[in-house]
Design a protein around this ligand. Structure first.
Ligand SMILES: Nc1ncnc2c1ncn2[C@@H]1O[C@H](COP(=O)(O)OP(=O)(O)OP(=O)(O)O)[C@@H](O)[C@H]1O
Ligand SMILES: CC(=O)C(=O)O
Ligand SMILES: [K+]
Ligand SMILES: [Mg+2]
Length: 575
C-alpha cells in the first residue's frame, strides 16, 4: 500500500468527478419500486457508457459461503431490497446503525421464515451448536446462502459452539418441563434411552455426581429454576425444587456452596471440547463467517483456534468471536479481546456466574474496551425475553435495548425470541424501531461520539489508514455530510470508520461477498459489493451513477470518500 498520503479535498462544482458525471447521465435512470419481499439479483443498472473499465464481467473470487466464483458485472452493484427500500423511503441518513443477530431455531429454520427475518432486518444468523444436529445446521446454512444468492442479502452466519460447561440433556423431545415447588427431581449422569423417567434429567458432565455435595444449591439457567441437593446415589443426584419454573432442553447448570459458585474439576474442562472441534471443522468446511467460542477463559484458546482455522480454511477469513460469559473471561478480559476478532457479551450465562447486579457494569466495561480496541461487540440474551409469552415487551426491556444502542454496540442478538417462537418478526420489529428511535434521538440532540479513541495500530501504513478514518469521520460530523463512502478490499478501512461511530451512515464498497457479509455485523456499515479499480474517480463516477439510478442517492448529497488503495479523503457533492 502506498505510503504517500494523497489528501485532497475537491469541492463539488469544480471537481472533475462532478463534471464527468454531469456530462454523462446514466443511460437508464430507472427506479422500479421493489416490493419489500420481491426477489432481486445483483442489481444491474446499465451505466456502461459511464464506465471506463472494460464492459466484460469481472470474475470475483468468492472465498466464503457464496461458494466458488461468482460473477459480478463491472457495471452492477449488489445490495438487498430491504436496504434499498429503507434508504429510498427514509433517506439514507436514517438507516439503522445497530446490527441485528437472530438465533435460528425450530420456529425460524424454514426458507420463508428466514426470508421474513432478513426482511425484518436480520444481519447475521446465529446457529447454536448446543441444539440440533449438524445436518439441521447444514440445512439452515444452505438456506441462508440461497437467500443471499437469490435475493441479494448479505446475511452472515455465526456458528456458536457448545463449550464444555455443565448443562442438562435434551428432554427427550419435550420443549420444556415444569418443576414445581417441593418436587424431588433426579439429575443423572447416566445416558437415558428415548424415554425419560418422570422428573429425571440427564447432565452432560460425567464428574457432576462426584463434584456436587448434599446441601449445594443447583441453579438452572442462572436461576430460572432452583434446586437443593438432598441425596447422592452413584450417578444420580436427588434434588428438591426450591424455586419452581420451566426447565428448557440443554439448560445450563451451575452449583453454589455457601453463596459462592463451585468451581472444582468443572473449572478445568477445556474451553473447546472434542465435540466443539468437530463442530468447528464443520463450520470451517461450510464457510461460516464467524465462529463464536463459548466460555472463553483466556486469550490462549483464541490464538490456538485462529491458527487452527488459518491452516484449514481456504483463506483463513473465518472471524473468531470470544463470548464473555464466565468469571475467568472477565478476569482476562483485555487479553481475550485483543486476541479475538470480536466479542459477545453473553449475558445469559454471565448472569449465572456473577451476581445479576454486576452484569450491567460488566457489559458497559466490555463494550467500552471493545470499542477502544477496535473489535465489534455484540450484546446477547434476554433482550426481549417477555415477548416469548406476551405480545409487547416490558418497558424495562425497551430500556435495556436503548441502553445498549446508546453505548453504540455493534449488534444486538435475539436468542429464544427468534429461536423458539413465532414472535421472531415482532421481536425484530421492536429491536429495529427502538434502535432507529434512539439513534435518531442521539443525532437530534447532537450527541457526538464522546469516546477518546486510542491509537491502535503499530505499523506506519496502518497508522495512516487509522488517521485518515478518524479525520474523515470527524470531518463528516463537522460538515454534516450525508454519507461516508469507503472502498475497501479487506474491509479494514470500513471497520476503522465504523469504530468512530460517525453521525452519518457508512457505505462500504467491497469486491467479495465474504467481506460484504462480515461487514454486516458492524455498526453503521451498509455493505455493497462492487467491482472497482485503483482509479478513485472512475470508482466514484460509477458508484454515483449506479446508486442514483437506484434512487438511493440524489444530486447534491454531500459525501466524503476514502479508500484503502489510494490513501485519500475526498469531499464532494453527488453530481
Ligand atoms: N437449533 C435449535 N434447535 C432447537 N432449539 C433451539 C435451537 N437453537 C436455539 N434453540 C432454543 O432457543 C433457546 C435460546 O437459544 P440460545 O441460543 O440463547 O441458547 P441457550 O441454550 O440459551 O444457550 P447459549 O446461548 O448459552 O448457548 C434455547 O434454549 C433452545 O430452547
Ligand atoms: C448467548 C449466550 O451464550 C449466553 O447468553 O449465555
Ligand atoms: K452456545
Ligand atoms: Mg451461553
Amino acid at each position: 500500500m502506498s505510503q504517500s498520503l494523497n489528501f485532497f479535498i475537491s469541492s463539488s462544482p469544480n471537481s472533475t468527478i462532478a463534471k464527468q458525471s454531469y456530462s454523462k447521465p446514466c443511460a437508464q435512470a430507472f427506479s422500479p419500486k421493489f416490493p419489500f419481499k420481491s426477489a432481486r439479483k445483483s442489481i444491474t443498472a446499465s451505466c456502461s457508457d459511464l464506465d471506463s473499465s472494460p464492459p466484460s464481467p469481472i470474475l470475483v473470487s468468492d472465498n466464503g459461503n457464496g461458494g466458488g466464483v461468482t460473477e459480478l458485472s463491472s457495471s452492477s452493484i449488489e445490495v438487498d431490497t430491504v436496504t434499498e427500500t429503507e434508504m429510498k423511503e427514509n433517506g439514507f441518513r436514517s438507516t439503522r446503525r445497530t446490527k441485528l443477530v437472530c438465533t435460528i431455531g425450530p420456529a425460524t429454520c424454514g426458507f420463508q421464515q428466514l426470508e421474513a427475518l432478513a426482511v425484518g432486518g436480520m444481519n447475521v444468523a446465529r446457529i447454536n451448536m448446543c441444539h440440533g444436529t449438524r445436518d439441521w445446521h447444514k440445512r439452515v446454512i444452505e438456506m441462508v446462502r440461497r437467500l443471499n444468492e437469490e435475493k441479494g442479502y448479505a446475511v452472515a452466519i455465526m456458528m456458536d459452539t457448545e463449550g464444555s460447561e455443565i448443562h442438562m440433556g435434551d428432554l427427550c423431545g419435550a420443549p420444556s418441563a415444569k418443576a414445581e415447588d417441593g418436587e424431588i427431581w433426579t439429575f443423572s449422569v447416566r445416558a437415558l434411552d428415548s424415554t425419560r423417567p418422570e422428573r429425571t434429567v440427564t447432565v452432560n458432565y460425567d464428574g457432576f455426581a462426584e463434584d456436587v455435595q448434599v446441601g449445594d444449591e443447583l441453579l438452572v439457567d442462572g436461576g430460572m429454576v432452583r434446586f437443593e441437593v438432598i441425596e447422592k446415589f452413584g450417578p444420580d443426584v436427588k434434588c428438591k425444587c426450591t424455586d419452581p419454573g420451566l426447565l428448557l432442553p440443554r439448560a445450563n447448570l451451575t452449583f453454589w456452596r455457601d453463596g459462592s459458585l463451585v468451581r472444582e474439576r468443572n473449572a478445568m474442562l477445556p474451553t473447546i471440547s472434542p465435540k466443539d472441534w468437530l463442530d468447528i471443522d464443520f463450520g470451517v468446511a461450510e464457510g461460516v463467517d464467524f465462529i463464536a467460542i463459548s466460555f472463553v477463559k483466556s486469550a490462549e484458546v483464541i490464538n490456538q483456534l485462529k491458527s487452527y482455522i488459518k491452516a484449514r480454511s481456504r483463506d483463513g477469513d473465518v472471524a473468531v468471536i470470544a463470548k464473555i460469559e464466565s468469571i475467568d473471561s472477565l478476569k482476562n478480559l483485555e487479553e481475550i479481546i485483543r486476541a479475538s476478532d470480536g466479542v459477545m457479551v453473553a449475558r445469559g450465562d454471565l448472569g449465572a456466574q456473577i451476581p445479576l447486579e454486576q452484569v450491567p457494569s460488566a457489559q458497559q466495561k466490555i463494550v467500552h474496551l471493545c470499542r477502544q480496541l477496535h473489535k465489534p461487540v455484540i450484546v446477547a440474551s434476554q433482550l426481549l425475553e417477555s415477548m416469548i409469552e406476551y405480545p409487547t415487551p416490558t418497558r424495562a426491556e425497551v430500556a435495556d435495548v436503548s441502553e445498549a444502542v446508546r453505548h453504540r454496540v455493534d449488534a444486538l442478538t435475539l436468542s429464544g425470541e427468534s429461536g423458539m417462537d413465532r414472535i421472531s418478526e415482532k421481536a425484530l420489529t421492536v429491536l429495529r424501531s427502538v434502535s432507529l428511535r434512539i439513534e435518531r434521538w442521539w443525532r437530534e440532540e447532537k450527541r457526538h461520539e464522546a469516546m477518546e479513541l486510542e491509537d491502535i495500530t503499530s505499523s506506519f501504513a496502518d497508522s495512516i489508514s487509522e488517521e485518515i478514518c478518524n479525520s474523515a469521520a470527524n470531518m463528516a460530523n463537522n460538515l454534516e455530510v450525508d454519507a461516508l463512502f469507503v472502498y475497501t478490499k479487506t474491509g479494514h478501512m470500513a471497520s476503522l470508520l465504523s469504530r468512530c461511530r460517525p453521525d452519518c451512515p457508512i457505505f462500504a464498497f467491497t469486491t467479495t461477498t465474504s467481506v460484504r457479509r462480515r461487514l454486516n455485523l458492524q455498526w453503521g456499515l451498509i455493505p455493497f459489493r462492487l467491482s472497482f479499480s485503483d482509479d478513485m474517480e472512475s470508482n466514484l463516477n460509477k458508484t454515483f451513477s449506479l446508486l442514483k439510478a437506484r434512487g438511493m442517492i440524489k444530486s447534491g448529497d454531500l459525501v466524503i470518500a476514502v479508500s484503502d488503495m489510494l490513501q485519500s479523503i475526498q469531499v464532494m457533492n453527488v453530481p
